[in-house]
Design a protein around this ligand. Sequence first.
Ligand code: BEZ
Length: 211
Amino acid sequence: MSLKLGDTAPDFKAESTQGDISFHQWLGKSWGVLFSHPADFTPVCTTELGAVAKLKAEFDKRNVKVIALSVDPLQSHNDWIKDINETQHTQVNFPIIADPIFKVANLYDMVHPNASDKFTVRSVFVIDPDKKIKLTITYPASTGRNFDELLRVIDSLQLTAKYSVATPANWKRGEDVVVAPAIKTEDIPAKFPKGHTVIKPYLRTTPQPDL
Ligand code: BEZ
C-alpha cells in the first residue's frame, strides 16, 4: 500500500555513500527529503544529483537533510559520484543510499511496475521533524525534477506548519499568503497584525507573517 500524507515515514537501516544510516536517527530533529532516482550512470539522474549538491546550502538554511536512493550497489554509487562531480562542476555533499535488494524502494513504494519493475521512479518524500510525510511527488524516469520547486514547497510546508495560513498558486517566499478558512475575519487582526485584505469572505490575504 502506498504511503499517504500524514503517515509516519518508515524507518530503515541502509548502506550509504556516507556510511551506514539508521534513517530516523539520521534525520534527528531536522526535516528530510528522501528522493529516488532510476539508476546510476544515467544522464538525467547525473544532472539531478548535481543540482541537489549545488542547492545544499539552501536545504541547510531550512534545516532540511537530503538523501538520495537508487537500487544500485555502493561501489557503483561511489564510482558515479566522481562523474557527477566532474560533469556537474560540484561535489556531491549528501548521502546516496545503496538499495540493491529493493528494501527501502519497496518500503516506500518507489517501484512502479507499469513504468519499470527494475528501477525506482523519481519519488520525493518530504518528512517533517515528527517523521510525518508532508509531501510526495512522483516523476517518471524521463523527466528530471525541479529542485527549486522543491525548496519553494518546503518554504510553504514550514510556514503553514507554524501559522494558520495557506500559500496561493505560484507563491514564493516574501509574497502575501492566504488566511486559513478556519480563522474568522474578525479574529484576523489579532493573529496577523501586519494587516489583511478581504477579497471575498472566503479569500483573505495577509503579508507573510514570519518576515
Ligand atoms: C536518466 O536518468 O537519464 C534516465 C534513467 C532511466 C530512464 C531514462 C532516463
